[in-house]
Design a protein around this ligand. Structure first.
Ligand code: G6P
Length: 370
């Protein structure tokens, strides 16, 4: 087992540091030709079917659901298609309105999650086209779907998903961009710019992982005994906040809440006191000013703001007790980078608490029963 960990103390740590390579494998040959995205690959859906989709429905569980949430923003913004997304265990029991013309995307790392498979089957029975986004060749999801797009993250052993998540986000962004191309929704220059941004993601991830260590350690040392963390974000920063909160909860057993920052005043603000760390996803975006206002509200209650920021934007540091900067990229692509410090922070805290991060209590890597 020590050999399998390749010198890392845990599988989760190894898998977090494999993210640059995993992304490179997932991305590169799909953006190798010219300035566009190529998803015309074996097992994938016929592009004529992609072009005909009138609506997208995303179903998934856990971390895969968070990747789906990011995919929704990309598909709506770039390809101008309506997107519905639901947790698979909810979708399958709500007699959903779905049928021909709908493209249903089941995102499942393992390809074996019972609820996601059931949601996909239901949609297919009702006449929808079903696409699986999975990391495992030959998994049940690949057999139940009309087409498959693989994440190529390699085997993930740690129960808490890390590299499969960033690769799922990348696949959803590639799909969104391809849909935009097929539908003629974005100018060629914007597509070229986004493709260039996607190509740079693996090296940006490597840089971020290399630089974040000391700042994350300081924060983990300061906060590892905390008993509650609040996570806030807006727009694509919201799924990042949800995922950061899930990571911490899963491996450190600390209770967390994650909220749309604008919704804070409708509840979570009542939880804040001088003991509360509040993690704010405050990377550059058109909604950054709004996030900063929320950070000010948090500080006015005496709570402690830890902000995920974009390198080079020094303004945000004035509104936070600590910052975790990540490399700059197009703001729609930022989630892949912004989640990294949150994975590392959850890890640093859980390890300081002496916990088994690879196999947290009560959790399974793959949930094949309801
Ligand atoms: C379990 C795992 C999570 C995962 C979820 C969905 O809860 O512990 O890490 O996100 O299942 O799994 P899937 O294989 O469908 O992505």
């Amino acid at each position: 087992e020590t050999a399998e960990k390749g010198g890392y103390e845990t599988f989760m740590l190894k898998e977090m540091y494999e993210q640059a390579d995993a992304l490179a494998d997932t991305i590169f040959d799909r953006v190798a030709r010219g300035d566009g995205v190529d998803l015309d690959e074996e097992g994938a859906l016929d592009e004529a079917i992609l072009s005909r989709a009138r609506r997208i429905v995303i179903v998934a569980c856990g971390t895969s659901y968070h990747a789906g949430l990011i995919g929704r923003y990309a598909i709506e913004t770039w390809a101008r298609l309506p997107v519905e997304i639901d947790i698979a265990s909810e979708y399958r029991y709500r007699d959903p309105v779905v049928g021909p013309g709908d493209l249903v995307i089941g995102i499942t790392q393992s390809g074996e999650t019972a609820d996601t498979l059931a949601a996909m089957r239901l949609a297919r029975e009702r006449g929808a086209t079903v696409l699986a986004v999975t990391n495992v060749m030959g998994s049940q999801a690949t057999r139940d779907a009309d087409g498959v797009l693989f994440t190529r993250a390699g085997l993930e052993i740690g129960v808490a998903a890390t590299k499969t998540f960033t690769c799922q986000v990348a696949v959803m962004q590639l799909l969104a961009l391809r849909l935009a191309e097929l539908r003629g929704c974005l100018p060629a220059e914007r597509i070229a710019e986004l493709v260039a941004g996607i190509r740079r993601l693996p090296s940006a991830v490597a840089e971020a992982l290399e630089r974040l260590g000391p700042a994350v350690d300081t924060l983990a040392e300061r906060w590892w005994q905390g008993d509650f963390f609040l996570y806030l974000g807006r727009h694509v920063g919201l799924p990042v906040a949800l995922e950061g909160a899930l990571k911490l909860k899963e491996i450190s057993y600390i209770s967390t809440d994650a909220y749309a920052a604008g919704e804070m005043k409708h509840g979570p603000i009542a939880l804040l006191d001088e003991m509360t760390p509040v993690i704010c996803v405050a990377t550059d975006s058109p909604v950054l000013d709004k996030v900063v206002s929320n950070m000010q509200e948090v500080r006015a209650r005496g709570a402690h703001v830890i902000a995920i920021t974009t390198e080079g934007n020094d303004q945000i540091a004035h509104h936070a007790e600590a910052i975790l900067p990540v490399p700059r990229t197009d703001w729609m692509l930022q989630p892949i980078l912004a989640v990294l410090p949150l994975q590392l922070l959850a890890y640093g805290i859980a390890r300081r608490r002496g916990l088994n991060v690879d196999q947290p209590r009560n959790l399974a890597k793959t949930v094949t029963v309801e």
